[in-house]
Unconditional design. Structure first.
Ligand code: DGL
Length: 281
């Protein structure tokens, strides 16, 4: 067990550093809550894996976070949301979950050209969640997609603007821009970290939609519903952030500080027969 003080705790997880884009948005909105973040870097990337396998990871990570007293779980990963959000809600009916889905609804509203691009990983495009978003919100627009092969790995390596990262993004974006896309949806939580490069390639007239502020607002709403009597949002107490990785804690610490601008403790977790456990350091 961690030594976080007994106030509201949000559990957040992703395959790696991507969910830090959501963590950052939640911190901006709710600096008073404690956050417990799991990065499953032993298995990054999730995107090319079978949905069933990702569902297994997501279930075990959720169990771990609940053991760390998380009262709300944010699945800060589109791939894990696609693979597991429905089943997590079924398996843990008492737990509020916030998931990610490509933000096609605001994109369809914002697009003047009627053509939008979605950047996400293969798991996200395969899930029922994406099919449902497409059906509900994208009837009036043309949607172009790219899985940006290798981009998650470049971001995990801390390469936010090097030639390889740029080449991946140009390959994804140029056909969309040539086809008239004026709005780009980021359907992977890693991608907000390359917004400056996306904007540079796409030009200032193209809107880039990062869903993390909306996800943070939803987490805030659900937390208030779950803990109506809790002393929250008083702005007086500073919430603590505990980061964990199934990869290398030193590398994660360095990269998360660079991406997120805050230095937080990082502990190591390990997979053991399908469950997560803490490694003494
Ligand atoms: N950040 C993740 C997402 O939002 C996962 C990317 C990956 O591991 O492939 O989809």
């Amino acid at each position: 067990m961690s030594d976080l003080p007994p106030s509201s705790t949000i559990g957040i997880f992703d395959s790696g550093v991507g969910g830090l884009s959501v963590l950052r948005a939640i911190r901006e909105l709710r600096g008073d809550v404690n956050i417990f973040y799991v990065a499953d870097q032993a298995h990054v990337p999730y995107g090319p894996r079978p949905l069933e396998q990702v569902r297994g990871f997501a279930t075990a990570i959720t169990e771990y976070l609940l053991g760390e007293r998380a009262e709300l779980i944010t699945v800060a990963c589109n791939a894990a949301s696609a693979a597991a959000l429905y089943s997590l809600r079924e398996s843990f009916p008492e737990v509020p979950f916030v998931g990610m889905e490509p933000a096609l609804k605001p994109a369809a509203t914002l697009s003047g050209s009627g053509t939008v691009g979605v950047l996400a990983t293969p798991a996200t495009f395969q899930g029922e969640l994406y099919a449902s978003v497409l059906e509900r919100f994208a009837a009036s627009v043309t949607v172009l997609t790219s899985t940006c092969p290798g981009l998650v790995q470049r971001i995990e390596a801390g390469d936010l603007d090097g030639p390889d990262t740029r080449a991946i993004l140009e390959e994804a974006l140029c056909p969309m821009l040539d086809a008239g896309a004026d709005t780009i949806v980021l359907g992977c939580t890693h991608y907000p970290f390359v917004i400056p490069l996306i904007q540079l390639i796409a030009g200032p007239g193209v809107k880039v939609i990062d869903p993390s502020p909306a996800v943070a607002r939803q987490a805030d709403r659900l937390l208030k519903e779950a803990r109506p009597a809790a002393k929250i949002a008083d702005g007086l107490s500073a919430g603590r952030v505990q980061l964990c990785t199934t990869g290398d804690p030193a590398a994660f610490s360095k990269l998360s500080a660079a991406l997120f601008g805050e230095s937080n403790p990082v502990s190591q977790l390990a997979w053991n027969k399908g469950a997560l456990c803490q490694v003494e350091m």
